[in-house]
Unconditional design. Structure first.
Length: 539
């Protein structure tokens, strides 16, 4: 494996915990898991983090509506969010709850202190339109039919004295960072959106709330106990606190302060402005490095409508996994939901994709190939010196093309297209099997009367089976970031060391060596699910 130990800090956004998670949260975790695994395959030193945003006033309001204390509700939902990670087969390196992780409050207070020391914090009276769903003040021009464009609810009029951050002071350096590519935003349409907003002029924004309006929930403003720190200032600071800031920990030094490091945030499009404008400005004020890249994914919709906790149309990801399995959920979300555009969730399509694409094309191919190999244990499944046929060349070219296209798709933040390319290789392998008919070779090798004929047929069968095993091995290596358990099962059935999955160099067709297939159950057994699944999230 080529050494590429460039440190990569990769974070998911930290969601509010006023209700249980829905499949939109699942999508972000899955995308992040693919990006982290792929970077590790390339030899990068990755720190992949997540967490929960506990100090939102909407959490306090939800607790009051249920008649429980805010810490009680936050702990309940935060625990549910944390369980989502293993349920989806996602492997995070760290996870931070902002209300009960001892690392967090000191980091936020230090970030506040640095901004104050830079002269970027001041108080003033303010009257504005506040959306509780966004936890943000809105301008009248941002309303759609009198409501928030994101949450469709009319904002409340708020009048109070707050602390403000001098965002306007950082307009020029922020614009230059965007224009120079020091702060990248993908996809291009989101970059254009941010750059247009910054070029339009930046106004200072409120970074505190009155303690009374926040229901006494949040981190107090240093030196001003009448105010709590604005939840977005608090939440954005989690990207530093999870690395140990303000202490100069090894994690902070390597994954945020290192000049050669990459700092990526994975977010939904609804919180783009907070991450692409407010957060970099806070970092500029505090004298800290900016994020290097924002990757912005689309929404999951249901019948064209955005899924959200406040809308009551959430699909429970735990129920999906329980009834369909982790592989089905991961594959459908990563293959059939567009990475950067909004996509409509269709339960029937999930089941169809599992049965026809996972089971019918990949699982069936593995089962047939290993069964034939086990029927002929005397065969040596390794690369042979025979001149490749046109079909042989077509399969190896398809594998090379697939590896290249997957790399290009992931670099372009189009994970759905990467999986589409992998399935083109699955199709090519099935086409090769149909053309070479190894089952016919197997039968003839057993029934041939002449010894020379049996020997020749066995050599031909070994050649075909080796190339099919090699195609399956390449598929497994490329598939590992998307379906890690299935990829491990494939190489295990082929008798290949699982460590190959973590080395992208292993995705070269012809690098597989020798195969010793094993028997096993179907890779993707047929689904048996209730006819009317429950969609709504628990709690």
């Amino acid at each position: 494996m080529t050494e590429q130990r460039t440190p990569l800090f990769l974070s998911t956004a930290i969601p509010y915990v006023n209700a249980a998670p829905h499949i939109g949260h699942a999508l972000e975790l899955l995308i992040g898991d693919v990006l982290a695994r792929r970077a590790r395959q390339r030899g990068q030193d990755v720190r992949f983090t997540g967490g929960t945003d506990d100090h939102a006033s909407k959490n306090a309001r939800a607790a009051a509506a249920r008649g429980v204390s805010t810490p009680e509700l936050v702990d309940e939902h935060a625990a549910t969010f944390r369980r989502l990670q293993p349920a989806l087969g996602v492997e995070l390196d760290d996870y931070l709850h902002t209300s009960r992780d001892a690392r967090h409050a000191p980091a936020v207070r230090e970030l506040w202190r640095r901004c104050a020391e830079a002269g970027d914090l001041y108080t003033k009276d303010y009257v504005g339109l506040y959306c509780s769903g966004c936890e943000a003040f809105l301008q009248p021009t941002e309303l759609v039919d009198g409501g928030c464009a994101e949450h469709r609810e009319p904002p409340e009029v708020v009048s109070e004295t707050n602390w403000f951050f001098r965002l306007s002071r950082h307009e020029v350096p922020l614009r230059r960072a965007l224009e120079a590519g020091a702060l990248r935003v993908e996809p291009r349409e989101r970059y254009n959106e941010v750059l247009s907003f910054v070029r339009g002029g930046l106004a200072d924004f409120s970074v505190s709330r009155s303690r009374a309006r926040a229901r006494d929930w949040g981190i107090p403003v240093p030196g001003d106990p009448s105010q709590v720190i604005y939840v977005w200032f608090d939440a954005l600071g989690s990207y530093l606190s999870v690395l140990g800031f303000p202490q100069t920990t090894s994690e902070l030094s390597r994954y945020w302060l290192a000049p050669d490091g990459a700092r990526q945030h994975l977010i939904g499009k609804g919180i783009l402005r907070f991450h692409a404008v407010y957060w970099p400005a806070l970092l500029l004020s505090a004298g800290l490095p900016l994020p290097s890249e924002l990757k912005v994914h689309g929404y999951v919709t249901l019948e064209g409508d955005k899924i959200g906790k406040s809308r009551g149309n959430g699909v429970d990801p735990f129920t999906l996994v329980q009834r369909h399995g982790t592989a089905a959920v991961r594959y459908y979300f990563l293959r059939h939901l567009h990475t950067t555009k909004d996509s409509d969730f269709k339960l029937e399509r999930l089941r169809e994709a599992y049965d026809s694409e996972l089971g019918g094309k990949l699982g069936n191919l593995l089962q047939r190939v290993t069964a034939l190999a086990l029927r002929h244990p005397e065969l040596e499944l390794r690369s042979h010196d025979a001149a490749p046929s046109d079909d042989d060349l077509e399969l190896s070219v398809a594998a090379e093309r697939c590896a290249r296209e997957v790399d290009e798709a992931i670099e372009s933040f189009a994970l759905h297209q990467a999986l589409a390319s992998i399935w083109e290789l699955v199709t090519a392998a099935n086409r090769y099997a149909s053309a070479q008919e190894p089952w016919t070779l197997s039968r003839r090798a057993v029934t041939a009367k002449e010894q020379w004929a049996r020997r020749e047929l066995r050599q031909q069968l070994a050649h075909v089976l080796w190339r099919l095993c090699e195609a399956l091995r390449v598929i497994a290596v490329l598939l590992w970031p998307f379906l890690p358990e299935a990829a491990r099962d494939i190489v295990s059935r082929l008798g290949v060391p699982t460590q190959q999955l973590r080395d992208l160099a292993s995705a070269r067709f012809g690098a597989g060596g020798r195969f010793r297939p094993h028997a096993g159950p179907p890779l993707f057994p047929r689904l048996v699910v209730p006819s009317s699944p429950r969609f709504s999230s628990p709690g």
